[in-house]
Design a protein around this ligand. Structure first.
Ligand code: FES
Ligand code: FES
Length: 159
């Protein structure tokens, strides 16, 4: 199959590659860019483990072709920490035990990152709504919601 050249900004760095038109963005991220923090839980647009931020919006990267990301700006979980220091949302998940096995965690943190960028003071209901597309099989969500609430406080004082 003929490959298509794509060029995009990933975590602040320009990346270029030739990809098959049918390659999903999540496979491009994991297999070509080797950014394996983005997980695959279902491949059918259900679990949210593959969530990344594309052009400022949280998306499920298994529902988009890599060629559709040409010219865009992509942030993956690897793009959140700066100079070896975790992002306040990541710190909040650690401090509030917002994870167990951790498989869903990168996707949930990317959803929270997008959501808290546009809503600095969310209610619990709004948090639940925001993460409704991200499934977690371990935590029962209580600790995740606590971690996101705590992250809103940390974000007010961190930057
Ligand atoms: S792997 Fe993308 S939604 Fe589950
Ligand atoms: S922490 Fe295990 S799936 Fe969420």
């Amino acid at each position: 199959m003929e490959k298509i050249h794509i060029s995009l900004k990933v975590n602040g760095e320009r990346k270029e590659a030739d990809v098959e038109p049918r390659m999903l963005l999540v496979h491009f991220i994991r297999d070509v860019l080797k950014l394996t923090g983005t997980h695959i839980g279902c491949d059918t647009n259900n679990c949210g483990a593959c969530t990344v931020v594309l052009n400022g919006k949280a998306i499920k990267s298994c529902s988009v072709f890599a060629v559709q990301a040409d010219g865009s700006e992509l942030i993956t979980i690897e793009g959140l920490s700066k100079e070896g220091k975790m992002h306040p949302i990541q710190e909040a998940f650690v401090e509030k035990f917002g994870l167990q096995c951790g498989y869903c965690t990168p996707g949930i943190i990317m959803t929270a990152y997008w959501f808290l960028n546009k809503n600095k003071d969310p209610t619990e209901e709004e948090i639940k709504q925001a993460i409704s597309g991200n499934l977690c099989r371990c935590t029962g969500y209580t600790k995740i919601i606590e971690a996101i609430k705590y992250a809103t406080q940390k974000l007010k004082t961190s930057f």
